[in-house]
Design a protein around this ligand. Structure first.
Ligand SMILES: Cc1cc2nc3c(=O)[nH]c(=O)nc-3n(C[C@H](O)[C@H](O)[C@H](O)COP(=O)(O)O)c2cc1C
Length: 175
């Protein structure tokens, strides 16, 4: 099975979750991990499963304004021009039967905020014609810049292993 993980990350937490997800997917085949900026610049062949994730900003997917806000909180250079929202909004619809899943990171502790970038990504993936392989998954960070809450990397990897197993099984029964 071939999978691709496309992610956006300001402080590195969603990047770490994306790598854990890739490790989980790798139990059933090959996986490519791309930042959203790389994905936007790289026409890529169709895969069996596309997994898309980003940080929750202002209750949903980031926007240029929120990415600029994030850039104020780190010395790292952050790509602000394109995020998951813009990438999916510019993507072409897909043919029936393509499979995808969505994830995000969001804060765990008070002040707890509603909203999930994973839901925003999942909604857009469905609108493009993807079938969602699972409910959008939220992974928790302990503060705006992280770190990830205890156990979240393991939970992300386990989530992806389950996804990979199910999708692999579906493919096996299709042939
Ligand atoms: C501008 C901005 C807005 C945010 N808004 C929310 C929010 O509405 N809900 C939430 O749970 N977390 C919010 N956060 C925290 C982010 O979810 C957190 O920074 C992110 O999960 C860290 O992932 P990253 O290291 O991959 O950027 C916000 C962070 C920033 C910078």
């Amino acid at each position: 099975m071939r999978s691709r993980v496309v992610y956006e990350s300001m402080f590195g937490n969603t990047a770490a979750v994306a790598e854990a997800i890739a490790a989980g997917l790798r139990t059933q085949g090959t996986v490519e991990v791309l930042t959203v900026a790389e994905a936007a610049n790289t026409p890529a062949p169709t895969v069996d499963l596309l997994v898309v994730g980003g940080p929750t900003h202002a209750f949903g997917l980031s926007r240029k304004r929120t990415r600029l806000d994030a850039a104020e909180h780190t010395d790292k250079s952050i790509a602000v021009e394109i995020g998951i929202r813009e990438w999916l909004d510019a993507a072409l619809p897909v043919t029936t039967g393509r499979r995808a899943a969505a994830f995000c990171t969001k804060v765990a502790k008070p002040p707890w905020l509603p909203g999930s970038a994973a839901h925003g990504a999942g909604k857009r993936l469905r609108r493009l014609g993807y079938e969602l392989a699972d409910d959008p998954a939220d992974f928790l960070v302990d503060g705006m810049t992280g770190p990830l809450a205890d156990g979240e990397l393991a939970r992300a990897q386990a989530w992806a292993e389950r996804l990979a197993y199910t999708e692999h099984d579906r493919l096996a029964h299709r042939h």
